[in-house]
Design a protein around this ligand. Structure first.
Ligand SMILES: Cc1cc2nc3c(=O)[nH]c(=O)nc-3n(C[C@H](O)[C@H](O)[C@H](O)COP(=O)(O)OP(=O)(O)OC[C@H]3O[C@@H](n4cnc5c(N)ncnc54)[C@H](O)[C@@H]3O)c2cc1C
Length: 496
């Protein structure tokens, strides 16, 4: 397809690059305006401070990224990324202890966030039609017309670190400026009020990067220890702990919590890491060499800017990625949602001229149908926390207490039920991969039947799920794949 005209994308991170790639060919020029100067390789930068923290790329996001950037997965793997099975390659300690190890029907891609971004950037710039302008901070939208006839016609910008600036005209402007985007304010200046749904469960992350020794230190490739579900447990037992492998035989060790103070200096990070629910976390850090200081973030609020609710959004403007829906990152949905939004943009632009008046409303509606899934998944658990605040918070009371009490045990129950029943397994993985909604999952007759049957078997002690191993013990290596229900192997893609 040969296009005409000019599109501007504000922000050159994951969402911005996916959007630019989606529009390549629909416009003869796509310009990404990025406030940062971009590194040559896989290095962090100021505009994406979250890059110090672990970034899971769900299978749904990997597939969307692969569709937009053919060769993405192989290039990332060639650069030291890993595609791992969350059941077989992981040591996972849930509410009652270490889960039995077995293959599942899904996989997750592991690499550092800077590597992921650098890989995408390399593929984006392989072909002409998309250019970056670095060190350019967008400060406003240009527009024509008024009321229902309003069109966004470009942006005004400042050169980073200088009072100099200018204006740049475009037929379509895409806001991909991340969770701190000013898109809602810019809309207000044009006379549009964008509803903003929020829920802040006060999640904070503390992460530190380490070099592993040459000799493997464990059978598992990544590790996750969920918080102790007993609210009376020691604070450090209520941390979520993750060991996340990245390229270069390195790991990101991360501790997170819902509402607790988290370590921000090396001394307290190292000390508290050794007081967490499982000794395995501290053991790994003992064997590894720190490569960085401790990076802490509280920038984890769930936000959904409802551009889709504008009765008649202005022509020539859409928004993607965290600028629209930013989720509590613990659920690992952000980059995948950004990539899926890129695909939605691409497919819609093949059907409807992206500069047509109806394009923004159609795009926002389709994007919202998708975003409802990650949003619901993220807020359902977060709403149970007594300290959670925001427009989507629920009032204190029995409903909230129940949500809080059952969320980790319910997760454990689902994780066990998938063992028993391959249909529940497939639906559960579709749920985690935001291919299926939470209400859809919970009302699916096949899933309900499977969960009910598993519950009954559990009561009668007739399940074939091996018992969990207490968190105090080392994670067991035994492979129980042969005992698990018939599943699609994530390695081979065939039914076993
Ligand atoms: C702690 C943490 C952990 C996370 N873990 C995961 C995970 O495990 N899995 C996952 O999928 N997602 C995760 N995420 C979310 C993920 O980082 C984002 O969803 C994803 O990067 C998509 O973001 P984006 O491109 O919309 O915005 P960002 O990555 O935030 O990028 C915004 C870009 O816009 C630029 N910019 C901003 N304002 C302007 C302006 N005015 N003019 C020009 N440029 C501008 C910035 O410099 C930046 O490059 C995590 C987030 C956090 C905070």
């Amino acid at each position: 397809m040969t296009g005409s005209g000019h599109a501007i994308v504000i922000g050159g991170s994951v969402a911005g690059m996916c959007a630019a790639q989606a529009l390549r060919g629909r416009f003869d020029r796509v310009t990404i305006l990025e406030q940062d100067r971009l590194p040559q390789g896989a290095e962090g930068r100021r505009g994406t401070p979250q890059a110090w923290h672990n970034h899971f790329l769900l299978d749904v996001g990997r597939e969307a990224a692969e569709t937009l950037f053919p060769g993405f997965t192989d290039l990332l793997l060639a650069r030291g990324g890993a595609r791992l099975d969350p059941g077989y390659d992981a040591a996972a300690c849930f509410a009652t202890g270490w889960m039995p190890r077995a293959r599942t029907s899904t996989s997750t891609l592991f690499a550092s966030r800077p590597m992921l971004e650098a890989t995408m950037r390399q593929l984006l710039l392989r072909e002409p039609g998309v250019t970056f302008r670095e060190g350019v901070r967008v400060v406003g939208l240009l527009s024509d017309g008024a009321g229902a006839q309003t069109s966004v016609t470009g942006v005004s910008y400042l050169e980073s670190g200088s009072p100099a600036g200018g204006e740049l005209r475009a037929d379509l402007v895409v806001d991909a400026a991340g969770r701190g985007s000013q898109g809602g304010n810019w809309m207000r200046q044009l006379g549009y009020e964008v509803d903003e749904l929020t829920l802040d469960a006060k999640v904070s992350y503390s992460s530190r990067w380490y070099q592993l020794p040459d000799e493997p230190i464990s059978w598992w490739k990544w590790m996750m220890v969920l918080p102790d579900s007993d609210p009376r447990a020691a604070q450090s037992h209520q941390y979520l702990c993750i060991v996340f492998p990245i390229e270069g035989n390195r790991i990101i060790a991360m501790m997170a919590s819902w509402g607790l103070p988290m370590p921000s200096d090396a001394e307290s990070f190292e000390r508290l890491a050794r007081q967490t629910r499982s000794k395995e976390f501290g053991r790994v850090l003992d064997a590894a060499q720190p490569l960085s200081g401790v990076h802490q973030t509280r920038s984890t609020r769930n936000i959904w800017r409802r551009f889709d609710r504008l009765p008649s959004p202005p022509r020539g403007f859409v928004a993607v990625g965290d600028a629209v829906g930013a989720f509590n990152p613990i659920y690992g949905q952000g980059m995948s949602s950004a990539a899926v939004s890129g695909l939605i943009l691409h497919r819609l632009a093949e059907r409807i001229d992206p500069v047509a008046a109806e394009f923004p409303a159609e795009f926002f509606a389709e994007q919202a149908r998708f975003l409802k899934r990650p949003w619901t998944l993220a807020i359902t658990r977060d709403r149970g926390y007594a300290h959670a605040r925001g427009t989507a918070a629920i009032i204190d009371g029995p409903h909230k207490t129940l949500l809080r009490r059952i969320n980790w045990p319910a997760f454990q129950f689902f994780a066990e039920a998938v063992w028993q029943d391959s249909a529940v397994d497939l639906h559960f993985n579709r749920l985690i991969n935001v291919r299926e909604s939470l209400p859809g999952f919970l009302t699916n007759p096949r899933v309900l039947g499977g969960l009910g049957l598993y519950g009954a078997k559990k009561l009668l002690r007739l399940t074939r799920v091996p018992p969990t191993v207490p968190a105090e013990l080392p994670p067991p290596e035994t492979d129980f794949s042969a005992m698990r229900g018939l599943v699609v192997s994530s390695r081979t893609g065939v039914l076993r």
